[in-house]
Design a protein around this ligand. Structure first.
Ligand code: ADP
Length: 367
């Protein structure tokens, strides 16, 4: 028995094949610059064949679907009605959900007898209370269009919180955590008794913290100002905010390694980008600490969160008054526990593994 986890983007397909009993990886890969998903799946089929795996014999597929709206709060067996509902949610995440569905269609045509399960990036955040997920806009916009905050990176926040419970040797439902997913996309999640109570991304993944190429939260007034002053179309503004902003917009690159080297060489734009990036994360930590009665641990994950000691140092600097004190030696060595003995809040580095978390959820459904 095997489980194939698929993350189908608009131009690439990532896959990880697991043994369904042991959840060990049999094979994984990425097919990039695909012209369509059927072609991409043909390439994947050949790559798997080279490892003596026949894709037609895979037991179950786990499909990462970005937007589950209010409807999908759990992993869901995909049938015709579910496809229709995912399509209806496309307006909330046009690029992502369509590509995810294309991936599903290609997988279904190649393995029609397998079980296909959708795992939603928004699902973990369905426990947010209304006062956290509603925008202060007229009610009718929520009632008519479901305009609200949904949050993303849910599979990642959920996975690392479960791993944190193991590392801290305490049941997840007794833990209050703040998880920081810091990669190209960046989001924070406040987790109370194991459940998401707030997260920094919103109706789309654009809201919140400064990211690799996304601006994160800005004054919405800037959008009308740009439309008027620079005569920009909505499409151009969307591209500006999603693809030309963030670290890239301030310092010309979104590669944190390059930025850290440039900042050390006294490049003022790189220094500013890093200051802005870590200042916002520090503010987010403070905000979430204020919303919870106490915080047991803070988790760093994602490419930057896992690998960049200087960024972690800057985020946690001078937070002793909140009970946060980092052990610099452990931080430099990327230990899993990087808190100082005097820190009342545990500080953890946990590698992201969204694929494994999807495989786990598929396995639970198969069981
Ligand atoms: P995505 O959100 O696309 O999955 P990742 O989680 O892989 O992205 O994170 C990508 C980011 O991680 C890039 O900014 C990259 O520069 C950064 N990164 C990866 N390795 C390191 C490292 N050793 N030090 C600092 N930054 C790193």
């Amino acid at each position: 028995m095997s489980i194939l986890v698929i993350n189908a983007g608009s131009s690439s397909i990532k896959y990880s094949l697991y043994d369904a009993n042991t959840l060990t990886v049999i094979d994984h890969g990425i097919i990039e610059e695909i012209s369509n998903h059927h072609e991409g799946f043909e390439v994947m089929k050949q790559q798997l064949q080279a490892h003596k795996v026949d894709i037609a014999h895979v037991t179950a597929f786990g499909h990462r679907i970005v937007h589950g709206g209010e409807r999908f709060t759990l992993p869901t067996l995909i049938d015709d009605s579910v496809i229709e509902e995912i399509k209806e949610l496309t307006s909330l995440a046009p690029l992502h959900n369509l590509a995810n569905l294309e991936g599903f269609y290609a997988a279904r045509s190649i393995a029609p007898n397998a079980v296909h399960i959708a795992v939603f990036d928004t699902a973990f955040h369905h426990t947010m209370p209304d006062y956290a997920y509603r925008y202060a806009l007229p009610n009718r916009l929520y009632e008519t269009h479901r305009i609200r905050r949904y949050g993303f990176h849910g599979t990642s926040h959920s996975y690392v919180s479960a791993q944190a419970a193991l590392l801290l040797n305490k049941p997840l439902n007794q833990l209050n955590l703040i998880t920081l997913h810091i990669g190209n996309g960046v989001s924070a999640c406040a987790i109370e008794k194991g459940k998401s109570i707030d997260t920094s991304m919103g109706m789309t993944p654009l809201e919140g913290l400064m990211m690799g190429t996304r601006s994160g939260s800005i004054d919405p007034g800037i959008i009308t100002y740009l439309a008027n002053k620079e005569n920009m179309s909505m499409g151009e503004i969307d591209t500006l905010l999603n693809k030309q902003s963030g670290l890239l917009g301030i310092a010309g690159t979104n590669d944190m390694r390059t930025l850290i080297d440039s900042a050390q060489a006294k490049d003022s734009n790189a220094q500013l980008a890093i200051e802005m990036f870590t200042y916002r994360l520090k503010k987010q930590l403070g905000a979430y600490m204020a919303t919870m009665s106490h915080v047991d641990g803070i988790v760093f994950t994602g490419g930057i969160g896992e690998h960049s000691a200087p960024i972690r140092t800057l985020i946690c600097a001078e937070l002793e008054h909140l009970g946060i004190k980092m052990d610099e030696a452990k931080n430099t060595l990327h230990h899993s526990h990087i808190d100082h003995d005097e820190s009342s809040v545990k500080l953890l580095i946990i590698p992201a593994n969204e694929e494994l978390h999807i495989a786990l959820q598929v396995k639970e459904i198969l069981g």
